[in-house]
Every structure is written in structure tokens, then in C-alpha cells.
Design a protein around this ligand. Structure first.
Ligand code: NAI
Length: 256
């Protein structure tokens, strides 16, 4: 059996993936601030260290896969902490344990929203200046009533980080594929309030048109993540794969 660490395993997409992996015979180490094998708050550096230590304790220093699903969509700086620094910190902390496995794989959950308007300064700070500066700029964005851009910014920064990191000696050179699934709108506890509100739902349907099979449940995203981290994926890396019922193709058009 392979041992896979899954963050956000207490709810939604992470939970669906943890269930699927267990069903198919893998050992899962769930990481979440809520009920899970390793309880840690990924929004802060100490919490990320705790998460890494907790996973290493359980897996004994050799890990076959990591999938970072934990995320939030609040129009607040906390979203940058969890969705960018929480994900990259966890992945970087666990990378040596992945490198020690025979066929390691890593994946993250991006979002179609990473293609929406972002706060460029926040994105640049995530990638270059570091967490403190990114948070300072994120607080500024909130003060200017632009908090709504922080979620797309967190996912855009994550996609950019991934494309750059995936092809470095640390990842590609160590034989670790690193990819993202970027869903459209998925029915999970995160989006439940949007589905309950008629006005929000209309705005959402306009922003993220999904001509293929409408809104998916978390188990659909879990299937795609499962393949990305399976031994069957030996050659795809650095990709952000839109799993969105056609939303990205519709919105961006036929140019590739
Ligand atoms: P969810 O709210 O059902 O699950 C998120 C999980 O992350 C929860 O178990 C929560 O406790 C955990 N988490 C949040 N903050 C944490 C922290 N600071 N430390 C540790 N754990 C923390 O959400 P869902 O929908 O399953 O989302 C999972 C991922 O998918 C997120 O990254 C989200 O941005 C992304 N996504 C979701 C979409 C949707 O429509 N639901 C669409 C596109 C992307």
C-alpha cells in the first residue's frame, strides 16, 4: 500500500479523496485543523511545522504522495496564508520524504478563480517577497474594499509557484511530478451558502459557466487527483488542469 498525506481531509474535496484512496487500498494521513490524523493550523508557520512533523512521525520519513486540498475562500488575508503559504509550506516540508519514496507524486487544488482578476502586487509578493509582505499588501487590499481579489490571487500565485517549482531539480530532478487540479464550482460545505442564495447562484453561474454536466460533487475532483498522484502518471508535471465542466474553455476561447 502507498502512504498519502492529504490536507483538508476533514471536509469536501480532501475528504472525498481520503475516502477514495482508502477504498482503493492506500494508507491516508489526513491533515486538518478539524478532526484528522494530524491536527494542525496551516495558516501559520508553527502549524505547518507541526503538520510536517506529524506526517513524518506517522509515515516514518518516506511518503508516496501529498495532496494539498486545505483551503478557504474568505475575502481576508487569512486566505493568502492558508491557500498559498499553507500549501507551499506543507509541500516543501514534506518534499524530502517524497524524494525518499520509489514513485512519489504531489498535487494541489487550484481553482478556476485563479484565472479571474487578481491583485498583482499580492501575487508577486507571495512568489518573491514572502509571507509578511504578502499579508501587508493583502490587508491593504481589504482596506481598499478589494478583499474579493484575495482568493483568486491565492490560487493564481499557487499556480505560478507550481509551474516554476515543478521543473526544478528539487521536484522534477527528484522524480516528483507536481500538478494541480483547478475545479470550477464544486458542491462542498465551502460553496453550500452560494447554492442557497438565488442571487449568488446567478452571479456564480454567469462567472463560471459549466456546460458539461453542471456542478460536480467532490468525488469527481477526487478521481482526477487520484490519477495525478497514481503511479500511472509518470510524465505529467507543472500542469494546472481545469476540471470545470468546460468553464475555462468557454471563457478563454479556442486560443491555446
Ligand atoms: P471545505 O471547506 O469543504 O474543506 C476545506 C478543508 O480545509 C476543511 O476541512 C478545513 O478544516 C480545512 N482547512 C481550512 N483552513 C485550514 C487551516 N488553516 N489549517 C488546516 N486545515 C484547514 O472546502 P472544499 O470545497 O473541499 O475546498 C477544498 C479545496 O478546493 C480548497 O483549496 C478550495 O479553494 C478548492 N476549491 C474548491 C471549489 C469549490 O467549489 N468547492 C472550487 C475550486 C477550488
Amino acid at each position: 500500500a502507498r502512504t498519502i498525506a492529504v490536507s483538508g481531509a476533514a471536509s469536501g474535496i480532501g475528504r472525498a479523496l481520503a475516502d477514495l484512496l482508502r477504498e482503493r487500498g492506500d494508507r491516508v494521513i489526513g491533515v486538518d485543523r478539524d478532526q484528522s490524523d494530524v491536527r494542525a493550523d496551516l495558516s501559520v508557520p508553527e502549524g505547518r511545522e507541526e503538520a510536517v512533523r506529524g506526517v513524518l512521525d506517522i509515515c516514518g520519513g518516506v511518503l508516496d504522495g501529498v495532496v494539498a486540498c486545505a483551503g478557504i475562500s474568505d475575502p481576508e488575508p487569512l486566505t493568502i496564508r492558508v491557500n498559498f503559504f499553507g500549501v507551499t509550506g506543507l509541500l516543501e516540508g514534506l518534499r524530502p520524504a517524497l524524494a525518499a519514496a520509489p514513485a512519489p507524486r504531489a498535487a494541489v487544488v487550484g481553482s478556476i478563480s485563479g484565472t479571474q482578476p487578481v491583485d498583482r502586487a499580492v501575487v508577486a509578493a507571495c512568489l518573491e517577497a514572502g509571507e509578511e509582505e504578502a499579508l501587508r499588501l493583502a490587508r491593504e487590499a481589504v482596506a481598499r474594499d478589494r478583499g474579493g481579489r484575495l482568493y483568486p490571487s491565492s490560487k493564481s500565485a499557487l499556480a505560478r509557484w507550481l509551474r516554476a517549482a515543478a521543473v526544478t531539480p528539487d521536484w522534477a530532478g527528484a522524480g516528483i511530478p507536481l500538478n494541480a487540479i483547478a475545479p470550477g464550482v464544486v458542491r462542498t460545505p465551502m460553496t453550500a451558502p452560494l447554492f442557497e442564495d438565488e442571487t449568488m447562484r446567478k452571479i456564480m453561474d454567469q462567472a463560471v459557466p459549466m456546460p458539461l454536466n453542471g456542478h460536480a460533487g467532490p468525488e469527481v475532483v477526487a478521481e482526477a487527483l487520484h490519477w495525478l498522484i497514481s503511479p500511472g502518471n509518470s510524465h505529467m508535471t507543472g500542469q494546472v488542469v481545469y476540471l470545470d465542466g468546460g468553464a475555462e474553455a468557454m471563457r478563454r476561447g479556442p486560443d491555446v
